[in-house]
Design a protein around this ligand. Structure first.
Ligand SMILES: Cc1ncc(C[n+]2csc(CCOP(=O)(O)OP(=O)(O)O)c2C)c(N)n1
Length: 620
């Protein structure tokens, strides 16, 4: 990191801070809602950063690779973010006054629609992880000198995900990551956990291996000195712990409880503005230019893996596929939450160690880091047990509002994992990923389809979920088979089919075995492998519904929000249907025992098909 010797112009910064306070006030009063007090406490901290020569950024090109990055983890301070960029001349005052209006890109909390917002925030506790991903990119992948700054609220420091990020940033020696905690002592409903006691943050954060700098967050020269000091760090991440006053600058709410998320009326604002004194509305702050430099091009040598026997689990096929597609996707990065020998991402780690990052047992942080990497144009593939991804659902859902391009892999899906029992079984994951706008949900049943779909996932821009199975499965497909996002495969069909069995993953094998047994009795079923659960192959589903008049779905997932409900929602004409899914709380046992217990096994399918036959009074 560079040591900035620059002297800052205190007079100029004070004028800009005054203008920014004015902007915060008028924009929130005009909107009639928003968080002026949370914005006002961090005015000096951010004004010195952006306009004191510390932040280096091409204003005309927010995507420039060597721009410093600034994340507002306390996303509700959006009025400050927009006011800063107005003071920088990047947006006009008229636009600032569209804050929170329908279709304005200045939304209540930042989203990807505002180009100077690095990431969508507002669900507290996520910004540091995102910043960590960006800092990791600068240090370990692109090898660029940009710094990543994260503005944090003191109350949001209670989130566990912050501490996950704090641990990992020092583990990876990210001296290019600078957090700034705005310790105004107040949260939403009153005093925060440690109130104004900055030493409580200092003790804890320094114990995690960070350099800490405790300052008066309204004193311009102290703030400037802190940034200069922060820039001296090379391996220690830096946390600036700033004592501030919520609502600073306006006596009506300065340092007063009960004003969180409340705006002033027009009359109150008119009186309050007078406290600022003379405001230079024409002044514009200048942001320093970054060094013009390109990301490093790393030549990574590795050997592709030859697969001798494809009768392996889909989780193992996932690990192999990561290696074998790497030559086509040089921006791939693989993360895992300390289960890489179960998810098989360790196959990638062994072959291409420089692109594998251990995230330890901290799934929320892993998703945030993946988002930071994705926003720096990487393709992160992240894995853990499907069950454990659910604890990061908030980070997963928020990533969509940053336009993320993350590939999530959940292994150990369903009851078919067997003896380990219910805590390890992913049974809600399809539902979770299906709810995300534009997401892709893939659930391959064999090694070949897994490998091909992992490549399709990398090629697709957006969030993709790949669900893998623990146990080995036999091959269903030959190597010349093609798979597409939004596709499915009709595996068995005849003119005599009495029902269409639509399934995916492990239960495809149950359906195929049921098919063989039923065939011996002269009963025929259509079997469809719905390897892509979202987007759905509606055409094939509706043709099957029209042909067989009965749809039987089978899945190793809870019924709610799973494959069956997805299929039913795609039916265009009335059709009889039944959903076989996990409905009882699973137990430990052999996979086959559990599939039978939950009535999603071969025998359950046969039983249902025979029932359909008798109910519909179909003769063999
Ligand atoms: C995960 C989460 N929980 C709760 C909220 C609601 N909320 C918004 S702001 C806020 C208080 C934040 O206080 P602090 O972090 O100290 O920031 P300040 O506004 O005081 O600067 C709360 C509880 C949220 N946005 N996200």
């Amino acid at each position: 990191m560079k040591n900035t010797k620059k002297m800052i112009d205190i007079n100029e910064i004070s004028k800009l801070a005054k203008l920014i306070r004015y902007y915060i006030l008028i924009s929130t009063t005009n909107a009639g809602s928003g968080h002026p007090t949370s914005s006002l406490s961090a005015v000096e901290l951010m004004t010195v950063l952006l306009f004191g020569g510390f932040f280096r950024y091409k204003v005309a090109d927010p995507s420039f690779c060597n721009n410093d990055r600034l994340i507002f983890s306390k996303g509700h301070a959006a009025p400050l973010l927009y006011s800063l960029w107005t003071a920088a001349g990047a947006i006009k005052t008229e636009e600032l006054l569209t804050l929170r209006k329908f279709k304005s890109r200045l939304e209540g909390h930042p989203t990807y629609r505002f180009p100077y917002a690095e990431a969508a925030t507002g669900s507290l506790g996520q910004g540091l992880s995102i910043g960590l991903g960006m800092a990791l990119n600068a240090r370990c992948i692109d090898i660029l000198p940009y710094n990543t700054f994260v503005l944090l609220g003191d109350s949001e420091m209670s989130e566990g995900s912050q501490w996950e990020a704090i641990q990992l940033a020092s583990h990876y020696k990210l001296g290019n990551l600078i957090g700034i905690i705005d310790v105004n002592g107040l949260g939403q409903r009153g005093e925060t956990l440690y109130g104004k006691n900055t030493s409580e943050y200092e003790k804890r954060i320094s114990a995690f291996g960070w350099k800490t700098l405790t300052i008066d967050g309204h004193n311009i020269s102290e703030i400037a000195d802190a940034y200069k000091e922060a820039f001296k760090a090379t391996e220690e991440p830096v946390m600036i712990i700033a004592a501030t006053l919520k609502g600073k600058g306006f006596s009506i709410f300065e340092d007063k409880n009960g004003w969180h998320g409340k705006t002033l009326s027009k009359e109150q604002a008119e009186i309050a503005v007078k406290e600022l004194g003379e405001i230079d509305k024409d002044i514009r702050g200048k942001i320093a230019e970054p060094e013009i430099i390109e990301p490093a091009v790393q030549k990574i040598d590795f050997e592709e893996i030859k697969v001798e026997d494809n009768n392996i689990s889909t989780r193992k096929s996932y690990g192999i596929a990561l290696v074998n597609i790497f030559s086509k996707f040089s921006s791939m990065v693989v993360l895992d939450a300390e289960v890489s020998n179960s998810t098989f991402s360790d196959i990638f780690k062994e072959k291409i160690p420089s692109r594998f990052f251990e995230m330890f047992i901290a799934e929320q942080n892993m998703v945030g880091v993946a988002l930071g990497l994705s926003l720096r144009n990487k393709i992160p593939f992240i894995s853990t047990f499907a069950a454990f991804l659910t604890r990061a659902f908030d980070q997963i859902r928020m990533s969509r509002y940053s336009n993320a391009n993350i590939k999530f892999a959940g292994s150990h899906a369903g009851v078919s994992i067997g003896e380990d029992g219910v805590s390890q079984m992913g049974l809600e994951d399809i539902a979770m990923f299906r709810t995300m706008p534009d997401s892709v949900v893939l659930y391959p049943c064999d090694s070949i389809s897994t490998m091909k779909l992992v490549e399709k996932a990398a090629r697709h821009f957006g969030n993709v979920y790949i669900r893998t199975t623990r146990m080995d499965t036999s091959l269903v497909y030959s190597s010349d088979e093609d798979f597409v996002i939004g596709g499915s495969k009709v595996l068995k069909e005849s003119k005599k089919d009495i029902a269409s069995v639509i399934t995916a993953g492990i239960t495809v094998h149950e359906a195929l075995r049921a098919y063989e047994e039923l065939k011996k009795e002269g009963i025929f079923i259509k079997v469809i492998d719905l390897y892509c659960i979202k987007p759905l192959d509606k055409k094939t589903i509706n043709i099957a519904a029209a042909q067989t008049k009965f749809i039987l779905t089978v899945e190793d997932h809870y019924a709610e929000g799973g494959l069956g409900e997805a299929v039913i929602s795609a039916l265009e004409a009335p059709c009889k249907f039944k959903i076989l899914a996990v409905r009882k709380i699973p137990l430990s046992g052999k996979p086959s025992e559990l599939l039978n217990y939950e009535e999603i096994s071969k025998d359950s399918i046969i039983r249902e098909v025979k029932k359909i036959k008798s109910d519909l009074k179909i003769e063999s």
